[in-house]
Design a protein around this ligand. Structure first.
Ligand SMILES: O=C(O)C1=C[C@@H](OP(=O)(O)O)[C@@H](O)[C@H](O)C1
Ligand SMILES: C=C(OP(=O)(O)O)C(=O)O
Length: 479
């Protein structure tokens, strides 16, 4: 029996998701997905950079739980957030203190600095710590019970090398931390992990402080921070394995447009491919930054009909276009991810890629994925357990997953289920696991219940509506 490592998952707190699979209606030929979560986080935090406008408007914002997790912390720092449709406005306002989340070992919190807490969002906490260290604003940064188990030394060690004074208030390497001092030493720092959150936190710290720095990194993972800062006028030089900042100024514009989230577009694309039967699906205005398109690129290389059209570049420096997919997996081969760059370009899509791979003939291998053990759950283990509940054969390796699909070299029969069946499947209160399960379930005849599956709102508000638009029958069950 596989164990889910890390913190005990909370008892299911989200409603279940129920999918009546195999009953596809007439799918829409075009669907939209929300704005990108990573770009929205960065745009929001830009409001804390020196010289940021008094009023910052973010259009097409992702308004899922992970982004909203930043609102109370920003409010405590004197920035109010106003949501109108998918437009997010950040304005200066009187600070509103954030209530302290009880902690089993801390009864007295540091005096005189605000307590900031970003619920379960690690991107929010890590990037916030970087910006605070850069602007020299003291604060306590904390998270929920799950986030308190995720590694923070990835950012604390390099930021302290640059002169910040970030201290662990309980366990070493974990939240909560106090942020003090200020980035002031110009250094070359080596990042231990490929995490884009780590690189972004340190880069934001250096740029917010106006202190030159060179960051050596093992993988060029998502580079939205670099693109955004460059669009703001920061002078960054990039080379293999490094990014350098010269200490010069940058200026935050009053309006930031967020492109569609490719990690979210992956679900309707996968549902459409799994459903089969031809027919074209178009998803416009998706961020096609190559550090994010790994899911599509890997499947394209394996023979899936996925195309990019209407390509252009936004003012923020992000490539954007329409993702066009033709339904069906006929002739698509097993997939292989064996380099860190590709893995990081699909890091949040690994659970989804694994369930798609369970429908591909032969053995698929997703490697270089050790960092997935430090997400909301150990996603190598939770992916395997979720997939096993459908009857899929997914093996956890030290650094990834091996997925055994059906044997036939000709692929599964059209509309066949490759030995997978609907049933009750754990969602582990992890949005990526729950959404991958729901997507596979759309293609399997019968009813699948994903326990706690409605946690998809963390990153994908409107997930059920988008799946319905591509023909799925899906609803939430509130007990
Ligand atoms: O930089 C970001 O916004 C993110 C980077 C990734 O995490 P890591 O960079 O830690 O791999 C990703 O999993 C997360 O959803 C968002
Ligand atoms: C891992 C994720 O986010 P974070 O690391 O910011 O919690 C995610 O959205 O899948």
């Amino acid at each position: 029996m596989l164990e889910v490592k890390g913190p005990d998952r909370p008892a299911t707190i989200s409603p279940d998701l129920v999918v009546e699979g195999g009953r596809t209606g007439g799918p829409a030929s075009t669907v939209d997905v929300p704005g990108d979560k990573s770009v929205t986080h960065r745009a929001l935090l830009a409001a804390l950079l020196p010289g940021a406008p008094h009023r910052l408007t973010i259009r097409n914002a992702n308004l899922g739980g992970a982004v909203r997790a930043l609102f109370p912390a920003l409010r405590a720092l004197g920035l109010d957030t106003l949501v109108e449709g998918d437009v997010l406005t950040v304005r200066r306002a009187a600070p509103v203190p954030q209530p302290v989340r009880p902690h089993p070992a801390i009864t007295r919190w540091p005096d005189g600095i605000p307590y900031l807490e970003t619920a379960g969002s690690s991107a929010a906490a890590r990037l916030l710590i970087g910006v605070l260290a850069g602007v020299g604003r003291g604060a306590v940064v904390d998270g929920d019970e799950v986030l308190r188990h995720r590694p923070m030394d990835w950012i604390v060690t390099p930021l302290n090398e640059l002169g910040a004074d970030i201290r662990y208030l309980d366990r070493s390497g974990r939240l909560p931390v106090s942020v003090g001092g200020r980035v002031h030493r110009s250094r070359r720092v080596e990042l231990a992990v490929g995490s884009a959150q780590a690189r972004s936190a340190v880069l934001l710290g250096a740029v917010a402080a106006g202190v030159p720095a060179e960051l050596r990194h093992p993988v060029r993972s998502r580079d939205h921070t670099e693109r955004m800062l460059a669009a703001f006028g920061a002078r960054l030089t990039e080379g293999p394995g490094k990014v350098a900042y010269d200490g010069g100024p940058c200026s935050v514009p009053p309006l930031i447009d967020v492109p569609g989230d490719p990690s979210l577009a992956a679900y309707p694309v996968a549902a459409h491919l799994l459903r089969g039967g031809g027919g074209e699906l178009r998803i416009p205005d998706v961020c096609l930054n190559p550090t994010r398109t790994g899911f599509f690129d890997v499947l394209r290389r394996a023979g899936a009909a996925i195309d990019y059209q209407d390509l252009r570049t936004t003012a923020g420096g992000e490539p954007v276009g329409t993702v066009v997919t033709t339904a069906g997996l006929d002739g698509v081969r097993a997939v292989t991810v064996d380099d860190p760059g590709t893995l990081h370009a699909l890091i949040d899509e690994v659970p989804l890629l694994a369930v798609v791979a369970a429908r591909l003939p032969g053995t698929s291998r997703i490697g270089c994925a050790g960092e997935l053990r430090f997400k909301e759950t150990d996603r190598l283990v939770t992916t395997a357990r979720m997939a096993a509940a459908f009857g899929a054969c997914v093996r956890v390796e030290p650094d990834g997953l091996t997925v055994n699909g059906p044997r036939s070299v000709n692929g599964p029969p059209p509309g066949g289920t490759a030995g997978l069946s609907a049933g009750t499947v754990p969602g582990f209160e992890d949005h990526r696991i729950a959404m991958a399960a729901a997507t596979l379930a759309t293609a399997l005849p019968g009813r699948t219940t994903i326990t706690g599956g409605a946690c998809h709102t963390t990153s994908f508000p409107g997930f059920t509506a988008v799946l319905r638009a591509v023909g799925a029958t899906i609803h939430e069950v509130t007990l």
